[in-house]
Design a binder for this molecule. Sequence first.
Ligand SMILES: NC(=O)c1ccc[n+]([C@@H]2O[C@H](COP(=O)([O-])OP(=O)(O)OC[C@H]3O[C@@H](n4cnc5c(N)ncnc54)[C@H](OP(=O)(O)O)[C@@H]3O)[C@@H](O)[C@H]2O)c1
Length: 264
Amino acid sequence: MSHPVASPSTAAPAQRTVLVTGAAKRLGREIALTLARAGWRVAVHYRDSVEEARKTVADCSKLSGASASFRANLANETAVRNLLPSVLEKLGQVDAIVNSASTFEHDTPETFSFAAMEKHMRANAGAAILLSQALHAHLLTRAGASGAVVNLLDQKLWNPNPDFISYTLSKAALESANTMLALALAPHVRVVGVAPGLTLTSQMQTPEKLDALHRLSPLGRASTASDVAATVAFALENQSITGTTLLVDGGQHLMKPARNVALP
Ligand SMILES: NC(=O)c1ccc[n+]([C@@H]2O[C@H](COP(=O)([O-])OP(=O)(O)OC[C@H]3O[C@@H](n4cnc5c(N)ncnc54)[C@H](OP(=O)(O)O)[C@@H]3O)[C@@H](O)[C@H]2O)c1
């Protein structure tokens, strides 16, 4: 018995576009390049790092065609609300967003202020929620379209200590939003958290200190930037994952230090 054979479609599928926030440098740049290597067209968001954003755009463009950069202060609601429309105007469609940009300033319960809390909440939680809302609204205008949001979290949520209280509260809010957004925006938008361990040096450690901290992890290593980026790519591809978080940290979240692992 012969079976009907579907004739292959002649129309090439449209190239998928991802907006990566904070993509000028560090983890955001690594994520942008990894996604470009996987064929995604990348909208590079940045705030102050103009030159670095230009370089990320040039490098992504070589890998997967026309990339572009978009400037926005994510603590400013109007700027956040204008971001996705700007990307749509320039690139035509958006299929996914990676919320990697993050304000990360030190405070403790002793120095905590509403100002610090608000600054972190706006940029780290509020902006990611508004961008998810905007992606959902955009996908509803495209028949049959679905997409995904990946929110960068932090192993620290599973391993809390009093340092960086405003940053940590903002990431905790984003982790809760992950669940609420996954429920509210399904089936059109999947929402996945990726929680790195201490991955890159900051102003608080030398590379040697970072290496030593990595060796203290249960796996004797922490996350590399490429581990984190590969997990983001996986979360964007796997069509069954939503409302959960993948921890990529060499097991750091299983440790219970009294202070932030990056501090002396
Ligand atoms: N690096 C790590 O070891 C580590 C560990 C755990 C979790 N994470 C998470 O992984 C993500 C990426 O980490 P990272 O170290 O690459 O981040 P990062 O260097 O601290 O910040 C990334 C970018 O965020 C942008 N940004 C900060 N405040 C902003 C604002 N108000 N509006 C717009 N952009 C703003 C900055 O862009 P401009 O430079 O253009 O101003 C900055 O370059 C973050 O969400 C972080 O919480 C990182």
